[in-house]
Design a binder for this molecule. Structure first.
Ligand code: UDX
Length: 449
C-alpha cells in the first residue's frame, strides 16, 4: 500500500514514520523546502522521543521518503492523508481550513482513480463533506473516497500513542474508505486496538469532544485546587480518591498552571465556535476557555506574591517553558502568558528549559537563558517550576536554597512535597495544597536557612 502524508508537521511526520514502520511505502510531503531538506538529512524539525531512530530505520529500509513535490507523490498513492495545520482564525476562534481545502484541490488534480483521501487534520464537523465536494468540482468524474481519521497523539509519547492507541477512529461514507483504513491500521487490529468505524460527521465530532472533555477535566481539577487552597484541602488527595471511581478515572486530574499546547486551546475555541455557529452554544466549554485564560493571570500573581509590593528588580527563576515535558513545543504554553506578566511587573526573569529554549527565545526577548536549573536559580528571589520535566524532580534543594538570594519555591506542577523541603529553609508554595507556615511576603532577600 502506498501512502502519502500531506503536511510533515507533528501529526503528519509521526504518522508517516509509524505507517512506514508498519511496512507501508510512505512519502511525507511538505511545502517547506528547508524542512524537507532537514528531514532528508535525517534531522528532525521537532523533538519527540524515539522519532529520530524510527525515522532513520525506515529511511534505511527504503520505506520512507520526503518530498516537496505533492503532484508526483500523490499520483500513484492508494491513500493520501491530509495532515496540514488548522490554526485558530483570529477573532472568532474558528479553525482555519484554508490549508486543508488547498491540499484537497492539489490532490484531486493528480490522484489516480480509487484513491482514498483521508483527513487527519483536526477539522470541524462538515469539513470532510466539503472536501468531497471540492475534489468532485476540481476533477469531475474522478472515482475517489473521503475518510476521516482524527489523531489522538500526545506530544512526548506520540509513537507509543500511535502504536498502542486507546482506539482508532475511522469516519467513512463508503466501503472503500473503510477497507483502506482497516488495511492501514491492520497491525494494530492484530494487537486488539479497538476500531471505531462511523460516519464522517461523528469522527469529526469525536475528535473535538475528546479534547474538549480532557481540557474540561483539567480545568475542573484546577478549580477544585483553588477551593482546596482556600479551605485547607489537598487537591492531590482529593484527585486520587475521585480518580479511583472508574466512571471518573485518574488521568488528567493533575492541577497546574492551566492547559496549553497546540491542541487543547485551539480545539476548545473551535468547538465552542462550532456550537455558536449552529446556535447550540457549548456553555461548559466556553467557561473552560475563560477559566483557563484567567488561571494563567492568577498563576503569575502567585509567583509575584512572595516578591511583595515592589517586584522591581527582583529575580524570578522560571524552570520549564514548554507546555509540558518531553517536547520543545511552546505553542500556547502557560509560560508565554506568565513570563511576560512577571516582566511587566518589573521582575528580572532567568529561564531554563531542557528542550524549548530555541523555540521560546524569539518569543521571550527580555529573558536571560540559563544552561541548567542551578545556573537559573543563582541569586533568584523566587524559583517557579512551570513544567514538570524529570530533571526538575530530583533537584538538590539544599543547593538551590544556597544559590538563591530569596527563599521561595513556587511549584506550579506539584512535583515536590512539603517533606522534600524540610531542612532546606525554602518556603514552599504549590497548587491546591496547604502551605506550611506563614508566607514571609516582604522579606524575600533574607534567607531563613
Ligand atoms: C492533546 C491530547 O491529549 C491528544 O489526544 C490530542 O490529539 C492532542 O492534544 P497534547 O497537546 O500533546 O495532547 O498534550 P496533553 O498531554 O493532552 O496535555 C495538554 C495540556 O494539559 C498540557 O498543557 C498539560 O500540562 C495539561 N494537563 C494535562 C494538566 O495540566 N493536567 C493534567 O492532568 C493533564
Amino acid at each position: 500500500m502506498k501512502l502519502v502524508m500531506v503536511g510533515s508537521g507533528y501529526v503528519g511526520l509521526v504518522s508517516g514514520v509509524c505507517f512506514a514502520d508498519f511496512g507501508f511505502d510512505v512519502t511525507c510531503v511538505d511545502v517547506d523546502e528547508s524542512k524537507i531538506a532537514r528531514l532528508e538529512a535525517g534531522e528532525l524539525p521537532i523533538y519527540e522521543p524515539g522519532l529520530d531512530q524510527l525515522l532513520a530505520e525506515n529511511v534505511q529500509a527504503g520505506r520512507l521518503r520526503f518530498s516537496t513535490d505533492l503532484a508526483t507523490a500523490a499520483a500513484d498513492a492508494d491513500a493520501v492523508f491530509i495532515a496540514v495545520g488548522t490554526p485558530s482564525r483570529r477573532g472568532d476562534g474558528e479553525a482555519d481550513l484554508t490549508y486543508v481545502f488547498e491540499a484537497a484541490r492539489q490532490v484531486a488534480r493528480v490522484a489516480k482513480p480509487g484513491t482514498v483521501v483521508v483527513i487527519k487534520s483536526t477539522v470541524v464537523v462538515g469539513t470532510c463533506r466539503k472536501v468531497k465536494e471540492i475534489i468532485a468540482t476540481e476533477r469531475p468524474g474522478l472515482d475517489f473516497s473521503v475518510a476521516s481519521n482524527p489523531e489522538f497523539l500526545r506530544e512526548g509519547s506520540a509513537i507509543e500513542d500511535f502504536m498502542r492507541p486507546d482506539r482508532v477512529v475511522i469516519g467513512v461514507h463508503d466501503k472503500r474508505g473503510e477497507s483502506a483504513l482497516r488495511r492501514a491500521y491492520r497491525p494494530l487490529y492484530l494487537r486488539d486496538s479497538p476500531m471505531v468505524v462511523t460516519t464522517l460527521e461523528n469522527a469529526e465530532l469525536i475528535k473535538y469532544a475528546s479534547n474538549a472533555f480532557l481540557a474540561m477535566k483539567v480545568t475542573f481539577i484546577n478549580e477544585v485546587a483553588d477551593l482546596c487552597e482556600t479551605v485547607g484541602g489537598n487537591v492531590q488527595e482529593v484527585a486520587k480518591a475521585i480518580g479511583l471511581d472508574g466512571r471518573i478515572g485518574s488521568k488528567f486530574l493533575h492541577a497546574g498552571p492551566g492547559f496549553g499546547g497546540s491542541c487543547f486551546p485551539k480545539d476548545t475555541r473551535a468547538f465552542a465556535a462550532t456550537g455558536q455557529k449552529h446556535n447550540t452554544p457549548l456553555r461548559l466549554i466556553e467557561t473552560v476557555i475563560s477559566v483557563n485564560e484567567d488561571r494563567k493571570r492568577r498563576m503569575a500573581e502567585k509567583i509575584l506574591e512572595p516578591l511583595g509590593s515592589n517586584p522591581e528588580g527582583k529575580k524570578v527563576a522560571v524552570l520549564g517553558i514548554a507546555f509540558k515535558p518531553n517536547t520543545d513545543d511552546v505553542r500556547e504554553a502557560p509560560s508565554l502568558d506568565i513570563v511576560p506578566r512577571l516582566l511587566e511587573a518589573g521582575a528580572i526573569v532567568a529561564a531554563h528549559d531542557p528542550e524549548a529554549r530555541e523555540q521560546a527565545r524569539p518569543l521571550l526577548n527580555e529573558v536571560t537563558w540559563a544552561d541548567d536549573a542551578y545556573d537559573a536559580v543563582k541569586d533568584a528571589d523566587v524559583v517557579a517550576i512551570l513544567t514538570e520535566w524529570n530533571e526538575y524532580r530530583g533537584l538538590d534543594l539544599k543547593r538551590v536554597a544556597k544559590l538563591m538570594r530569596g527563599n521561595t519555591l513556587v511549584d506550579l506542577r506539584n512535583i515536590y512535597k512539603q517533606e522534600d523541603l524540610e531542612e532546606t529553609g525554602l518556603l514552599y508554595i504549590s497548587v491546591g495544597r496547604p502551605r506550611a507556615g506563614t508566607p514571609r511576603l516582604h522579606a524575600v532577600s533574607a534567607k531563613t536557612a
